[in-house]
Design a protein. Structure first.
Length: 404
């Protein structure tokens, strides 16, 4: 089944075209990104498998024009990988927030669209863009079934004692304020893949998955289900991130707003876009830049790594306590897959529990590998996350079921 996977942001469309033979066997036909939608000059970078990359700069006023550009490239006689649009059998969309409406993926209909719309309140930066993407796709491919896959769905198994906040209960009832988590598709994927690599039965195991990228979250996965996760009502909670502050004393919020005369929107922007690695270091949100500076002796760049590392250690420690043990710790995403030093520093703290670290394998690992020694009581894995594959699998299953 040929499936187009879409990850729509407010000014970008990331996509992959996959030919799914079954859950594990597939061909990546093409991938790409449409950027700077709505700006004077947009950009489309298209990478067909086995053919030359195509980069085009042109005005892309809205998502519909962006989607049309993608489709035109996919069927282009020179750069294309399909004969016609009709070859696309389904479209799968990544949706950041599905709140407690969705504990799994769903085929798009108007009821589903209304629920995604209600969830815009909890993900104002993401969900409106996803809606634009679905509507644009409905216009350009009206007869193709569309599926939505939620970043929050995997976390819906969290017990209530882990998703409630200590606020008056009425805010939970009236405004749906609770922990929802995020990156669920990634946590689910890497927990399964990590268990496979470590020879564990996912249904009978205690796993901690660390998705460490520009946004970072850590999840306790017990017997294949999410027990707890570090992101919260929104993806701002958890460890310090690229530009997000992560967990802070909530009283800091009104204090800074009063001191600086900030509106709620300005404070939200400060915490989401100007804090974290960027805010603390004063120069970059990117770990590669911070590494270079830290190596030159920059004290604040070094401090960022210390804060990040220790927050990760504290969250992992709390999840080990919560599950009364851990069989496997998995590292994934940009930092988790590529930063061997961070993995080493985190894992060294758990030597007292019998974690025996494989320094040599760790130093070279960027993709699926076990980086603990055979005698280790806690196994450690690096896994390349693949959220697009999960979206394609779910899309394939739902569309096949609906056709039966
Ligand atoms: P996003 O959350 O935007 O998907 P990523 O998972 O791509 O983010 O992670 C981005 C972070 O990963 C950045 O801090 C970047 O420096 C780091 N990173 C990505 N690739 C590498 C690499 N090859 N080597 C070192 N760090 C990397």
């Amino acid at each position: 089944m040929i499936i187009l996977v879409i990850n729509c942001g407010s000014s970008s469309i990331k996509y992959q075209l996959l030919d799914m033979k079954n859950d594990d066997v597939y061909d990546l036909l093409a991938k790409g990104i449409v950027e700077k939608i709505g700006l004077e000059l947009g950009m489309h970078t298209y990478r067909p498998s086995g053919k030359e990359k195509v980069v085009k700069e042109l005005p892309i006023p809205d998502h519909k024009v962006g989607m049309q550009l993608v489709l035109d490239e996919l069927v282009n006689p020179v750069s294309g990988v399909l004969k016609s649009f009709d070859d696309i059998e389904a479209v799968g969309h990544r949706i950041v927030q599905g709140a407690d409406f969705f504990s799994g993926s769903a085929i798009v209909n108007e009821d589903v669209m209304e629920k995604i719309r209600i969830c815009c309140d909890f993900a104002p930066l993401h969900n409106p863009a996803h809606i634009l993407g679905i509507r644009a796709m409905q216009q350009v491919l009206p007869s193709v079934p569309q599926v939505v896959v939620f970043d929050t769905a995997f976390h819906q198994t969290m017990p209530q004692y882990n998703y409630m906040y200590g606020l008056p209960y009425k805010y939970y009832k009236d405004y749906h304020i609770r922990k929802y988590g995020a990156h669920g598709t990634s946590h689910q994927f890497v927990a399964r893949r990590g268990a496979q690599l470590a020879g564990l039965d996912i249904e009978d195991s205690k796993i901690i998955t660390c998705h460490l990228g520009n946004g970072s979250s850590i999840t306790a996965v017990q017997d294949g289900k999410c027990l707890d996760t570090s992101m919260g009502f929104t993806p701002l909670a958890g460890p310090i991130m690229g530009t997000r502050c992560g967990n802070i004393d909530p009283n800091i919020v009104p204090y800074v707003m009063k001191k600086e005369g900030l509106s709620p929107d300005q404070m939200t922007e400060l915490m989401n876009k100007k804090s974290g690695f960027l805010g603390l270091s004063g120069f970059s949100s990117d770990v590669r830049d911070l590494n270079a500076k830290a190596e030159d002796g920059d004290a604040r760049a070094k401090l960022v790594f210390k804060v990040f590392t220790h927050e990760i250690i504290k969250i992992i420690g709390s999840y080990i306590a919560e599950m009364s043990g851990v069989d496997l710790i998995v590292f994934t995403a940009g930092i988790g897959e590529n930063n061997a030093r961070l993995r080493r520093r985190v894992c060294e703290n758990f030597a007292f529990l019998g974690l025996a670290f494989d320094y040599e394998t760790n130093a070279a690992a960027h993709s699926d590998a076990i980086i603990s020694l055979p005698e280790s009581k806690i196994k450690v894995a690096v896994v390349n996350t693949n959220e697009e594959l999960v979206i394609a699998r779910d899309t394939m299953h739902l569309v096949q079921e609906s056709e039966e």
